[in-house]
Design a protein around this ligand. Structure first.
Ligand SMILES: [Zn+2]
Length: 500
């Protein structure tokens, strides 16, 4: 029998605010000594009163808007009660009845690139059930017979995003999470870093006979520290459960963990009775009213996102899916590209210009950034600027310099931040396009290599390249390559006719 997997995803994202959700403690605690970013509020001392972090609410609204959610105009905070040592108050302030964001959707491109790049992708829409704000817990570390608790993370703003069970494969789960990660990074509201715990996800998954409308027995997977781990764990579970169901077995309702070294899921908890969290309104915080003006102000801060930019680049500039994906991988790259494109002269062929920019950015710019271990933000500060790359491409288009010289000029502009035009002038790099001067060099080369000329005449085309190379060498790489090709052909044709 054929089985189909049904996956829902619950994701927690730490919002990158300066202070915590309900107190003034710094939320930027990565690498800090344990329990140094704490106060009576986030330690849950009796009598300490919480205050809402406005920025966190706005960040959550931005994510909600980017996920096409409705934004609640009225919501209030609730206490979710449970006892655990990482939760000092004995309850977590959260939103239950009225999540801040609800009824949204996200579009993702599902592309299996494990065997190399696939130009075609299947576009899937995954519905978002809700996204609500809450506070993070502290962190427990177990060593030997001791357990340690660090409350630096306690009270950090946390956004919980829950999908409908719309995900149908491990690749789709991967695509969903990478899209979500890219969105929070585009918005600048979270690092989305799974390795550092800034983004944590728990897929729940079940199998059912293909075509069936009922859900099968659901398992949850925890301890997933990377996008790849999510994909691998889900793929493993689909295979394991299919095997059990095919042999007539039954799936246990459990919570699983992913063992990265052994690459298997392991049972963490057997089925538990449903929790009764005894939610009740938080009496220490006022309800939240969001008016149209505030919402409009926040909406204006949501930039055009990666997928929309990809579609636009392909439609308006004829770029390939590959180029569009690379250029929109980060917001900073997309903005760099667009700035360089808009610096092009008004009469330029935008499609050709976009393709040239895409090539320069993906080869030379990325190569030099990697070699110098530099981010695009650092390049912005002191290195080559978008308008300068536009200028360089123009110099090539106008045949002032050839492609090889352009690479040298790019490297120099990358390091110095100088204008390409100024570099070409200062170093005398402009290419030789004077017909008479070039013809003289071509004649010299032909005279000096009679044997090679003979080989070309007898049909050995490869040798033609050698002769071009000799002319380039004689002009220190500055000859107009197209003209050299043409002149060399003419001279060899002449020699051939003379022989016949
Ligand atoms: Zn605090």
């Amino acid at each position: 029998m054929e089985y189909e997997v049904v996956i829902g995803m619950e994701t927690h994202i730490e919002l990158d605010t300066a202070s915590k959700m309900f107190c003034r403690c710094s939320a930027q605690f990565f690498g800090a000594e344990p329990n140094t970013h704490v106060c009576p509020v986030c330690l849950g001392m009796p009598g300490a009163l919480p205050v809402i972090n406005k920025r966190a609410v706005e960040y959550a609204m931005m994510v909600g808007l980017a996920l096409n959610c409705k934004i609640a105009r009225y919501t209030f905070w609730e206490r979710k009660s449970y006892w655990y040592p990482d939760l000092p108050k004995g309850y977590q302030i959260s939103q239950y009845q009225y999540p801040l964001c609800y009824d949204g959707w996200i579009e993702v491109d599902v592309r299996d690139v494990t065997g190399g790049w696939q130009e075609h992708a299947e576009r899937r829409r995954i519905r978002i059930r809700r996204a609500h704000l809450e506070e993070d817990t502290g962190k427990l570390t177990h060593a030997g017979s001791y357990s340690y608790v660090d409350y630096n993370r306690s009270g950090v703003p946390l956004l919980e995003i829950v999908t409908e069970p719309d995900i149908r494969s491990a690749d789709e789960a991967y695509a969903y999470l990478s899209a979500l990660q890219q969105i929070v990074r585009y918005l600048g509201v979270s690092s989305g870093d799974m390795e550092k715990g800034a983004m944590r996800c728990e897929p729940n998954l079940s199998l059912r006979p293909k075509g069936s409308a009922e859900f099968g027995v659901k398992v949850e997977i925890k301890n997933l520290n990377s996008l790849r781990a999510v994909r691998d764990a889900i793929a493993y579970e689909i295979e394991r459960q299919t095997r059990i169901l095919r042999s007539g077995g039954r799936i246990q309702q459990v919570t699983l963990g992913w063992d990265e070294t052994r690459r298997v899921t392991t049972v963490q908890r057997e089925k538990e009775s449903a929790h009764d969290y005894r939610y009740f309104p938080e009496p220490d915080l006022p309800p939240l009213h969001i008016d149209e003006a505030w919402l409009a102000e926040v909406r204006a801060r949501v930039p055009e996102l990666a997928l929309a930019r990809q579609d636009r680049y392909r439609r308006d500039y004829g770029l390939s899916a590959y180029d569009a994906v690379q250029l929109t991988a980060e917001r900073a790259i997309a903005e760099w590209f667009e700035e360089a494109l808009s610096a092009s002269p008004s009469n330029a062929d935008l499609r050709a210009r976009a393709k040239a920019l895409a090539n320069w950015i993906q080869t030379e710019l990325f190569r030099l950034m990697r070699a110098n271990n530099m981010s695009l933000a650092e390049v912005r500060r002191a290195k080559i600027q978008p308008a300068q790359l536009a200028q360089l491409i123009e110099l090539v288009e106008q045949s002032v310099i050839n492609q090889n010289t352009a690479k040298q000029v790019f490297e120099e502009a990358f390091h110095s931040g100088a204008d390409p035009r100024a570099i070409v002038e200062a170093k005398g790099l402009a290419q030789i396009s004077d017909v008479d001067a070039l013809r003289a060099v071509v004649n010299e080369v032909v005279a000096a290599h009679p044997q090679q000329v003979q080989q070309v005449i007898s049909g050995q085309e490869k040798v033609f390249g050698f002769l071009v190379g000799q002319v380039m060498k004689a002009t220190r790489g500055k000859a107009n390559a197209q003209m050299v090709n043409q002149l060399l052909r003419e001279v060899i044709e002449e020699a051939k006719r003379a022989q016949a």
